[in-house]
Write a protein that binds this ligand. Structure first.
Ligand code: SAH
Ligand code: DHB
Ligand code: MG
Length: 222
């Protein structure tokens, strides 16, 4: 059994080796904290993983659900720069302001279309108006709506697209039955739906933080 201290030590070891310090990311996180946003962005190592997955998939169009201060957005936008295009959905106006500034400073603002509002309403509109499909969808907003976001992701992707989702392990709580936290229940339902969808091939991988969390990786079948 690894203790959380060991997990953190390993995480920091990987970060030192593989994620060089970068003032753009550091300033983005500082600004988000100063603006009072919660520090719930993906970790640097997970950001690097998102970046690599986007590159491996050859993604050009990326949809993100849950922008916060734009930290994960910068990772994904850099992976598809300069020709790619990102759409990111966010409910909170303050997040939109902070992220917009962070993307501006990163030189990525023109690549990223920020859509303010409840994600499910925005997604419904995107389906209705015939939004072109995305090569990669990253789900990272309110956990109780993950199952709905998966339905929308299926409608807004094409064969070979990637669907990714953060926070799918939640310190191992997802593996226990009898959990009552609606957020955990939402993730459990999402994970079951992901596993059972015949149009997808998927897996969950653990992501080391202070506590163990995880990333879902799914590919729409050809
Ligand atoms: N992807 C970000 C973290 C996102 S945190 C990163 O790693 O840097 C989750 C975000 O989802 C928060 O900013 C929160 O305001 C937003 N959110 C919560 N409920 C939402 C909803 N119904 N529609 C859109 N965004 C929502
Ligand atoms: C938390 C972490 C996240 O990555 C997220 O998207 C939402 C919440 C958390 O630890 O509370
Ligand atoms: Mg998250």
């Amino acid at each position: 059994m690894s203790s959380s201290n060991q997990l953190l030590e390993i995480d920091q070891y990987i970060e030192r080796l593989f994620v060089p310090r970068d003032p753009v990311f550091e300033q983005a996180l500082r600004d988000a904290t100063e603006a009072g946003l919660p520090e719930i962005n993906v970790s640097p190592n997970e950001g690097k993983l998102l970046y690599l997955l986007a590159k491996l998939a050859g993604a050009k169009r990326v949809l993100e659900i849950g922008l916060l201060g734009g930290y994960s957005t910068i990772w994904l936008a850099r992976a598809i720069a300069p020709k790619g295009k990102m759409v990111t959905l966010e409910l909170d106006e303050q997040c939109v302001r902070v992220a917009s500034k962070n993307l501006e400073r990163a030189g990525l603002r023109s690549m990223v279309d920020i859509r303010h509002g409840a994600a499910s309403a925005t997604l419904e509109k995107m389906v209705q108006t015939g939004e072109p499909p995305f090569d990669l969808v990253f789900i990272d907003a309110d956990k109780n709506n993950y199952p709905i976001y998966l339905d929308f992701a299926m409608k807004l992707t094409h064969p070979s697209s990637l669907i990714l989702a953060d926070n799918v392990i939640r310190d191992g709580k997802v593996a226990r039955s009898g959990e009552t936290d609606p957020l955990v229940l939402g993730i459990q339902e999402f994970n079951r739906k992901l596993a059972a969808n015949p149009k997808l091939e998927a897996i969950l991988i653990t992501v080391m933080r202070e506590a163990l969390d995880g990333l879902a990786i799914a590919r729409v079948k050809d």
